[in-house]
Design a protein around this ligand. Structure first.
Ligand code: NAP
Length: 280
């Protein structure tokens, strides 16, 4: 039986560490505050925003919620970000994506002060990660590194294959594995002989966005498999990019969906908010 990597337990551990740090900062007269901006009322986004508010309440971070109507213009949104950038009592600014299509997401991300960029999406944060300088790291890949480390899985010197090269998961994931001294390959939709590439992996990170695409044919015997994907199947149940039942018997460790990578994203967001406050 493989080791089941318990994202629920590890994220709870991180949130408790953050909570203790928030108390320490409070005792030193520093409060931590996250501003969350949502434009429109996309149901999935509302669930994510609600979960972020709940996590803030748990760890003792103050949250300011801006629920803006769908018709909000880019100019209005940029003005609000400008105001929040200037507020000394706000440590982190998060704009829930996706935004309505009339708004240029890149312009919005660029408008956030990099010192408050707790999502780690600003080009300055991404550049800092690329050249090994301090900066905020995108929460989901940062969470995957924590899952590996806290489960006792060695990264240094191992063959790591990441399937997916998106700006929020695949690319930062590959840079983080490189920072941990893994030997990293990034696969994507134009990769030829994908199975041949993924079967080289000691650690296989799957962020392909296709339900249950990864079956045991893609996995080397004894590999560690991390499933970033999250989908609802035909019965409205959550599933990942990995066919868990098929892959689990051949690997040495695996993350389930739900309860694997998912809970880590918010825990790392809370961690980033405290870093932002601490840095001030
Ligand atoms: P995305 O932007 O759609 O990127 C998917 C990547 O997979 C792309 O780089 C694409 O290649 C590649 N790809 C697509 N089909 C492929 C194929 N047949 N073979 C090889 N590569 C293929 O997705 P994302 O935002 O990175 O998210 C990936 C998954 O993670 C999704 O299921 C998403 O819901 C989930 N997710 C979870 C969390 C969490 O907190 N757990 C957070 C973020 C995302 P090209 O670049 O060539 O198109």
């Amino acid at each position: 039986m493989p080791q089941i990597i318990d994202g629920k337990a590890i994220s709870a551990q991180i949130k408790d560490e953050v909570r203790a740090k928030v108390q320490e900062l409070k005792a030193a007269g520093v409060s931590v505050c996250l501003a969350v901006i949502q434009v429109g009322s996309d149901p999935a986004s509302s669930v994510y925003v609600g979960n972020k508010k709940k996590a803030c309440a748990y760890v003792g971070i103050e949250s300011l919620a801006y629920e803006l109507p769908e018709e909000t213009t880019q100019e209005e949104l940029l003005r609000l970000i400008g105001e929040l950038n200037g507020r000394a009592d706000v440590n982190g600014i998060l704009v829930q994506l996706p935004l309505p299509k009339e708004i240029d997401e890149n312009a919005v991300i660029r408008a956030i002060d990099p010192k408050k960029d707790v999502d780690g999406f600003h080009p300055q944060s991404v550049g800092a990660l690329c050249i090994g300088q301090p900066g905020f790291v995108s929460c989901t890949p940062a969470g995957v590194i924590q899952l590996l480390k806290r489960s006792g899985i060695e990264i240094a010197g191992r063959e790591c294959v990441v399937i997916g090269r998106s700006n929020i998961v695949g690319k930062p994931m590959s840079l983080l594995l490189l920072r941990e001294n893994g030997t990293v390959t990034v696969a994507h939709s134009k990769t030829v002989n994908l199975q041949e590439v993924t079967r080289r992996a000691d650690i296989l990170i799957v962020a392909v966005g296709r339900p249950k695409m990864i079956t045991r044919e893609y996995v080397k015997e004894g590999a560690v498999v991390i499933d970033v994907g999250v989908h609802r199947n035909e019965n409205n149940k959550l599933c990942g990019d990995v066919d868990y039942d098929d892959v689990a018997p051949v690997c040495s460790a695996i993350t389930p969906v739900p309860g694997g990578v998912g809970p880590m994203t918010i825990a790392m967001l809370m961690h980033n908010c405290v870093e932002a406050a601490d840095a001030r």
